[in-house]
Each structure stands twice: as C-alpha cells, then as structure tokens.
Design a protein around this ligand. Structure first.
Ligand SMILES: [Zn+2]
Length: 254
C-alpha cells in the first residue's frame, strides 16, 4: 500500500494489513459495512486486523477519540464480513468497504460511541460515499448481513444521526404499542408475508411461512438497526410498520 490514504479526510494514519486479496473481476464497490471491533482496546484490534494468522481486516478503523486508520486500500478486498449475505449476494467482502469502529462490544462492556468518534466516522463515510456509487440502503451493519452470527455495531449505534448527515437509509421507528405480533414457533400466511418483506429489504430468510431461528435472527437484526428501543426478535406492530415504511423508500420499489 502507498503512503497516502484513499480518502481526502485529513490526518488519516496508515497501518497496512496483509489480509486482503483482489476484488472479483468487474465488480463495483456498492456497499458500506459498519462494524464494532468488540475488543478491549484499539491497539489490540489493530494488531489482530494486521496479523496474517488472524486472516481478518477492514479498510478503516475509527478510534474512540476520532483517530482514523487505513489498513487496506479500497481497491482491494478486505476480509471483514465473513460468512454473509445481502439480497442474495454472498461475497459481501467483494462489493463492500468495511469500517471497524472501536468499541468493546457486547462481550467486553458495550458502551455509547463518543461524539468525537461519530464525528470522525461521519466525515469518513461522507468522503467514501462521494467517491463510490453506494445507495443509501446499502450502508449496513455487520449484523444485517450476518444476523445469526453478529450483533455489531449494535443497538447503541446512532444510525439516525448518520442519516441526518446523508449517510444510510432511516425513518423514525413507529412507537411500540400493543396489537398482533409474530414470534418463534408461529406459522402461516402472515409469517410468510413478513418473510417476504424481510427478503425484499435484503435479509437472508426463507419465505416458507415458518417463524424459525433464521427469521427470528433477521427480525432482531432489523430491530438492532432500525427499531433499537427493543431488540427481541418478536415481529410486533412497530417492527412491521417500520419495515414496511422503509420498503416504500427503496428506489426500486417506487
Ligand atoms: Zn463485524
């Protein structure tokens, strides 16, 4: 990697990782995937992301004080998503730019993302979105593309704040109230309708009318990103209404 960052953002520091390969021939970068590091410190995360034995990496890492590191050139395929799927695409690394946001995560003491970190992240995301044709609905959480395995960047991540800066798809979630809901073990046509909506949005679920573990994980992932007040995998009215409203905002469906 050269000594110069791909971004126009000032002060980006370079820490080359060997963990990358070629993007698929003819592929375009059309997704931005956000993660948390889930480790005790930034330095520990940087070491792991640059360790050839770990075979993981990301294009960028943003520390809690706002320091930004570039680890892998954007033109290369960094190894951040693992086994993932969105809209049927299973090579998520091949089409995405990955940003690791320093936070101990659910395992080591999940905490709010500091203002300095979010400001730096917003600047970086805006720069990336200005240089690549990445639609708003393809700015995603790791948990969106791997709902059964991942929870990052988690329900404390300020997606609404980013959307106010032009980053990602967002709509104020419908308030939580009573009414019908669907949960693990349920079956039938309404469950199939819910699965159709989740699949249309991009989640990897089977549309078979059975509310099993994979559907539950997708509902929880949707809540973690778009209705973070309650993440329980139960498709209540607030969740369904919020999902429906976001679907109507997708350009392909209008
Ligand atoms: Zn992740």
């Amino acid at each position: 990697m050269g000594l110069k960052s791909d971004t126009g953002v000032n002060g980006v520091r370079m820490r080359p990782s060997p963990n990358h390969n070629e993007r698929p021939a003819g592929s375009a970068i059309d997704m931005l995937l956000l993660h948390y590091t889930g480790m005790k410190s930034a330095e520990e995360a940087l070491q792991r992301l640059c360790d050839p034995r770990a075979e993981v990496s990301s294009h960028y890492l943003v520390e809690e004080d706002g320091t930004i590191w570039q680890l892998v050139p954007e033109a290369r395929r960094a190894w951040h998503a693992g086994a993932s799927c969105w809209k049927g695409e299973r090579d998520v690394n091949g089409c995405s730019i990955g940003i690791e946001i320093v936070n101990p995560g659910h395992e080591f003491g999940y905490r709010p993302f500091p203002e300095a970190q979010i400001e730096a992240l917003i600047g970086l995301c805006r720069d990336i979105l200005a240089r690549h044709a990445i639609p708003a609905e393809r700015v995603l959480a790791h948990s969106d593309v791997a709902p059964s395995r991942k929870e990052d960047p988690g329900e404390l991540f300020p997606w609404g704040r980013l959307a106010a800066e032009g980053i990602g798809l967002w709509d104020e979630p419908s308030p939580i109230s009573g009414g019908r809901f669907f949960q693990a073990g349920d079956a039938g046509q309404p469950v199939e309708a819910l699965q159709s909506m989740l699949a249309l949005f991009g989640y990897d679920v089977s549309v078979d009318g059975r509310f099993e573990a994979r559907t539950q994980a997708a509902v929880a992932a949707f809540q973690r990103h778009f209705r973070p007040e309650r993440v329980d995998g139960v498709a209540d009215m607030s969740t369904i209404e919020t999902l429906h409203r976001l679907l109507t905002k997708l350009p392909s469906l209008t």
